[in-house]
Write a protein that binds this ligand. Structure first.
Ligand SMILES: [Zn+2]
Length: 181
């Protein structure tokens, strides 16, 4: 896995870049939390679900289909709660899908564990990118609070930090230019 903090930072940056209008607290909470939901699958270990199973870690929960359903459900419930029209809810669903789906391709850059079942349940192959520069994060807080955890944060900062900061900077500049025009 990649750490929750990094997934949240990337989700917030995507939300910030894409938001069509001013959004409230619920929107930002969704952008921060949705990319991390996939890793809730680690509870499966407690119930005897093997890593390599479709319901195991990095299985169905890391797929594009799961991200699409999660995005749709979140946008629908937010749309219902905030009484948004269907067009805005559809737009939010697409945005939340992209935010949630950022998880799998990020994990595919890590150098350990099994790959990601990105196309489950249609294709069970576990996938990685050819280039995997990021040290995989340990599972469990105890192991994370160690030199291993620090090395993971260093790698994530090094590889996810610059593109995330660039996305934020470009968005801020783009908005400033649009405001002046
Ligand atoms: Zn993961």
């Amino acid at each position: 896995m990649t750490t929750i903090m990094t997934h949240a930072a990337v989700g917030l940056a995507i939300g910030h870049a894409w938001q069509p209008a001013r959004r409230g607290r619920r929107f930002w909470m969704a952008c921060a939390l949705l990319p991390a939901v996939a890793d809730a699958d680690v509870v499966g270990f407690r119930f005897g679900i093997a890593y390599g199973d479709m319901l195991g870690h990095r299985g169905l929960s890391h797929s594009l289909l799961f991200a699409a359903l999660l995005g749709l459900a979140t946008a629908w419930s937010m749309g219902w709660w905030e009484k948004r029209d269907w067009r805005d809810t559809g737009h939010l669903a697409l945005l939340f899908f992209v935010v949630a789906a950022s998880h799998g391709p990020m994990d595919m850059l890590t150098n350990g564990g099994l790959g990601i079942a990105l196309f489950a349940p249609f294709d069970h192959h576990r996938l990685f990118w050819d280039w995997r520069p990021i040290l995989v994060s340990p599972i469990g807080l105890e192991k994370f609070l160690s030199p291993w955890g620090l090395a993971v944060l260093r790698d994530e900062l090094l590889y996810f930090g610059p593109p995330t900061a660039l996305l934020l900077a470009v968005t801020v500049m783009r908005r400033r230019i649009a405001r002046r025009a």
